[in-house]
Ligand binder design. Structure first.
Ligand SMILES: C[S@@+](CC[C@H](N)C(=O)[O-])C[C@H]1O[C@@H](n2cnc3c(N)ncnc32)[C@H](O)[C@@H]1O
Length: 208
């Protein structure tokens, strides 16, 4: 791994290690978008996913989405998250439910089960283009919902958390390069005007 990439990963790891164990930190302090986020995610999920046994979330944080959405529809939830304190909080919130936890970077996770949906929200921005593609390739057998901030510039870097916000054009190029097609897409509605637009994509690999 090159030095710049290592430095970016370390900045990002330290950033999350310092964040509070709250929904608010998952939302970048924009607590007011939680409800619209969950409501529109539910509509998008129910429109596109056909089976509701098992879901996997990558970069699951404190279990914000599981607690408000996935437990309503899925029998089993698998959560991948690097920070131990967020995994512990998820365990506390979801202790009544059938959940499996993987405390590790998403880059190291290897799927062993079948999942009816892979949920990837606000984690792609912490991955390089090649890590993003490697991640998608690992899940080519599965239906994927990708929810992510999009910028008007091709790439916008933020030194504070070492995030990369990409344009829709760049995401479309990467998605196609990895052999996936965009089956459904829409913008998140009801957002304040001073934040990035957020896009939802439903992806399927061309071979499946
Ligand atoms: C913006 S929060 C989003 C959490 C959740 N998806 C949500 O919407 O509530 C990003 C999360 O990704 C985690 N994260 C960042 N880079 C990661 C990586 N490489 N592997 C696993 N988790 C990572 C952070 O610790 C943090 O919990």
């Amino acid at each position: 791994m090159n030095l710049r990439k290592l430095q970016m990963k370390e900045i990002n790891r330290q950033f999350w290690a310092q964040q509070s164990i709250t929904n608010s930190s998952m939302l970048g302090g924009y607590d007011q978008i939680n409800n619209v986020d969950i409501q529109q995610s539910e509509q998008f999920l129910l429109r596109n996913i056909k089976q509701f046994n098992t879901i996997l979330e990558l970069g699951s944080g404190v279990g914000r989405i599981s607690e408000q959405l996935f437990i309503k529809h899925f029998k089993e939830i698998h959560l991948v998250e690097r920070e131990a304190k967020f995994i512990n909080e998820s365990k506390r919130r979801l202790n009544q439910f059938n959940c499996l936890y993987y405390q590790m970077p998403v880059e190291q996770f290897e799927p062993k089960n079948y999942f009816d949906c892979i949920w990837i929200q606000w984690i792609s921005m912490y991955l390089t283009d090649s890590d993003f593609c490697n991640m998608l390739q690992k899940f080519k057998k599965y239906p994927i919902i990708l929810k992510e901030n999009v910028s008007t510039q091709d790439y916008q870097f933020d030194d504070e958390d070492a995030s990369i916000t990409r344009s829709e054009k760049i995401y479309e190029i990467l998605i196609k390069k990895c052999g996936f097609k965009i089956v459904d897409e829409e913008f998140q509605q009801g957002l304040p005007t001073d934040i990035y637009k957020i896009k939802l994509y439903f992806l399927k690999h061309l071979e499946f």
